[in-house]
Design a protein around this ligand. Structure first.
Ligand code: NAD
Length: 477
């Protein structure tokens, strides 16, 4: 018996949760339910996170959380409960299977069966943003080695557990050589530990185009947070299954399972909603807690029900569907099909597996880290880079020289192009001659900047790790 936390949410949430729980309990799920309240009422009671402190305690104690969609009230100040939950509980992995159910649910891609595994905690979603000048704001893209190792390993372990043949990695490391470069590099390293699973890497732009056009070319796809956010929705949409897809958010100790759709308030309380998305989340939950036989039984009964043409309004189609049913009747049909297999759609078989357990991250031996220079980012409203270079040269310290100025990453000095558009945000790079640069130079440069009334809005140190420069060059340098 596994104790789980359940939140029935808002809008259609309570109906689809009741249907889901009825189905999995009828299939023999060994679960004990502890219910909490999250969402609209909690928000409106003045809790900006949509969840009470006692509820966190319950979620953390039970570790497994099945959540119906909630309504986030309109207006500012309310924080997304999903984002908060992911971050607080360290749910680093978002898993979203996107499978077409051709010919029973309309799709242009009858063969599609893709699982998107999205990194959930890092990347541009760290939420570190600053305005630096009148014209320029920035958002920090943070990618960590532990973050990459966890998500990539999870993708391979997932593939192994579910008998998937291939893991594909999407990044843009031709442009972001440090951040996406690390993700890709870790992918290559970890792939070597799984010789039984095929692996490949695609640049995200052409990879995304290929996925939207020929999704059957992919199996499991792993990617950083932002790309995963966008492409998991694309994948669900083209599978024809936005209303039918579930997702899992997995962390080292806790996990949350849900439907990908929202609370559909206009459909609430009318016994209309399709419980399939939440049911798919619940099936992932059963697999996660090791109740794979029950998960398999529910999934096959659900596939059979879809195949029987017993459809809720959202997927009902004249000529394909046989019977238009409500939430409760759909659940009853799935329960009646428990123990049966679909005939046309492929029946699933989940090997009786243990929950995926990743080894703890092992910190690597630190590299030799050497300071090679500094970038001073300057707010300057002039237009001629040569003029700025002359001013910035006055800051030079003995062997530390101004080597480059860029504007939005593009080199504008020395030998810039007149045509390059410039904002008021300039990066001025100082490097020591023959690699000689010491911490003290940084401070001297900043003191000199102050003396010369240069508005430095931020600094970045330029390091080499084990002798390899670990910072980007200017475009055109
Ligand atoms: P939605 O997913 O609730 O609805 C989009 C459309 O799909 C609507 O036409 C709706 O009727 C239909 N639909 C959705 N789920 C359905 C189901 N199970 N059966 C039948 N039809 C279904 O998206 P929305 O309208 O943009 O958002 C409504 C509310 O949900 C908002 O408050 C939003 O913040 C919230 N939301 C919550 C979550 C979550 O809790 N995970 C996710 C997305 C949106």
């Amino acid at each position: 018996m596994t104790k789980i936390t359940v939140a029935k949410g808002d809008g259609i949430g309570p109906e689809i949760m009741d249907a889901t729980l009825d189905i999995i309990l009828a299939a023999g799920a060994q679960i004990e339910i502890e219910e909490i309240e999250v969402g609209e009422k909690v928000y409106l009671a003045g809790n900006t996170a949509g969840i009470a402190k006692e509820s966190w305690d319950i979620i953390r104690r039970n570790k497994v959380f099945l959540k119906a969609p909630i309504t986030t009230p309109q207006g500012g100040g309310y924080k997304s409960l999903n984002v908060t939950t992911r971050k607080f509980l360290g749910l680093y992995s978002n898993v979203r299977p996107c499978m077409s159910l051709h010919p029973f649910v309309k799709t242009k891609h009858p063969q599609m069966d893709v699982v998107i595994i999205r990194e959930n905690e890092e990347d541009l979603y760290a939420g570190i943003e600053h305005q630096q000048t009148d014209e320029v704001v920035q958002c920090l893209k943070l990618i960590s080695r532990p973050g990459c190792e966890k998500i990539v390993r999870y993708a391979f372990e997932y593939a192994r557990q579910y008998g998937r043949k291939k893991v594909t990695c999407f990044t843009k490391d031709n442009i972001m050589k440090q951040t996406d470069g690390l993700f890709h590099q870790v992918f290559e390293e970890i792939a070597r530990e799984y010789p039984d699973i095929e692996n490949e890497h695609w640049i995200i732009d052409i990879g995304a185009a290929k996925m939207a056009d020929t999704p059957e070319a992919f199996d499991v796809i792993v990617m950083p947070n932002l790309y995963g956010d966008v492409l998991s929705d694309v994948a669900a949409q083209i599978a024809g299954s936005v209303g039918l897809a579930g997702s899992a958010n997995i962390g080292e100790s806790c996990a949350m399972f849900e439907a990908i759709h929202g609370s559909a308030p206009r459909r609430a309380g009318q016994n209309l909603a399709n419980p399939s998305g939440l049911l798919q989340g619940a099936i992932m939950m059963l697999n996660h807690i090791g109740q794979t036989e029950v998960a398999e039984k529910v999934q096959n009964a659900w596939l059979k029900t879809i195949e029987d043409g017993i459809h809720t309004y959202d997927i009902y189609k004249e000529g394909v569907s046989k019977q238009k049913v409500g939430t409760r009747e759909f659940a009853a049909a799935v329960i009646a099909n428990l123990g049966q297999q679909p005939q046309q759609l492929s029946a699933v078989s989940y090997a009786a597996g243990k929950p995926i357990q990743l080894p703890r991250y092992q910190r690597k031996k630190p590299a030799k880290k050497e300071l090679m220079g500094i970038d001073l980012f300057v707010h300057w409203s002039g237009t001629n880079p040569d003029e700025l270079a002359n001013r910035m040269k006055e800051l030079e310290v003995e062997e530390v020289k101004l080597s480059m100025i860029t504007n939005r990453g593009i080199k504008v000095w020395p030998e810039g192009f007149e045509e390059t558009f410039c904002t008021d945000h300039w990066r001025c790079r100082y490097q020591g001659q023959q690699g000689k640069f010491i911490k003290h130079d940084t401070i001297t440069l900043l003191i000199n900047a102050l003396k010369h009334e240069i508005d430095v809005v931020k600094t970045e140190n330029l390091y080499a790790f084990d002798g390899k420069p670990a910072f980007s060059m200017g475009q055109g340098q």
